[in-house]
Unconditional design. Structure first.
Length: 230
């Protein structure tokens, strides 16, 4: 998705506050278009803006209720991951509009915003953040806690692009508009403010080239195919 598509999507989306409503009824209540499970003690799934007036109007029929909700006026639902040819671990947050290639892996606590794209065989490690429109190529590793800055506005700004076979170390930050070229290595904790050439190793804040990738670096940063197996 480009910036204009994302902006139009968010602007036009119905803002929702989805809730789970646990209800102990004295008398049956009609919950309108919500999805209801059970009889007597019920679990009701729906939008709070639609359920609130129903609950208020039927307080005499309801003995007790409990509401669970984790967002308010949300414009972008979570991505349906059930049929992806990828691995998504518990606690990862992927918003609708995210693209995952085959055998990609998203670890616990990682956050992928709308428009982010991850290529085949790449791993997004624990707690990493891919902002809107951030792009990761094939066979990459984005380390734990790393941040690829997102760009949705202004529309003219360029997103982060990480090409194939790149390793980005833990807690590194890549600023919007930066391109990390094929085979590069970004050291842990680096703050990358300019493009990284192919097969170069960068480190520091701001990140600078420290050497060209050699056999020793390649061995130390080799990815394990077994971790991508489904």
């Amino acid at each position: 998705m480009d910036a204009r598509e994302i902006i139009d999507y968010i602007a036009g989306a119905k803002k929702r506050t989805p809730v789970r409503l646990y209800v102990k009824e004295r008398e049956p209540v009609d919950y309108g278009g919500a999805t209801v499970f059970g009889a007597g003690d019920k679990i009701v799934f729906g939008d709070w803006e639609e359920l609130r007036p129903i609950v208020e109007a039927n307080r005499g029929k309801i003995e007790n209720y409990l509401i669970e909700s984790d967002c308010r006026n949300s414009a972008v639902p979570l991505l349906d991951v059930k049929n992806l040819r990828a691995r998504v671990e518990p606690g990862a947050i992927l918003r609708e509009g995210v693209e995952l290639g085959e055998n990609a892996v998203v670890m616990m606590g990682a956050i992928l915003n709308i428009g982010a794209s991850v290529g085949a065989g790449s791993m997004i490690d624990m707690g990493a953040v891919l902002g809107g429109r951030a792009t990761v190529g094939k066979n990459c590793h984005i380390g734990a806690g790393a941040v690829l800055a997102g760009v949705i506005e202004p529309m003219s700004a360029a997103p982060v692009v990480v090409e194939d076979d790149v390793l980005i170390g833990a807690n590194a930050v890549v600023i919007e508009g930066v391109r990390v070229r094929r085979g590069a290595v970004v050291a842990a904790g680096a703050v990358v403010t300019r493009d990284v050439p192919e097969n170069m190793v960068v480190a520091g804040c701001p990140a600078r080239i420290v050497k060209e990738k050699d056999a020793r670096t390649t061995d130390k940063t080799a990815l394990e195919t077994a971790l991508r197996n489904l």
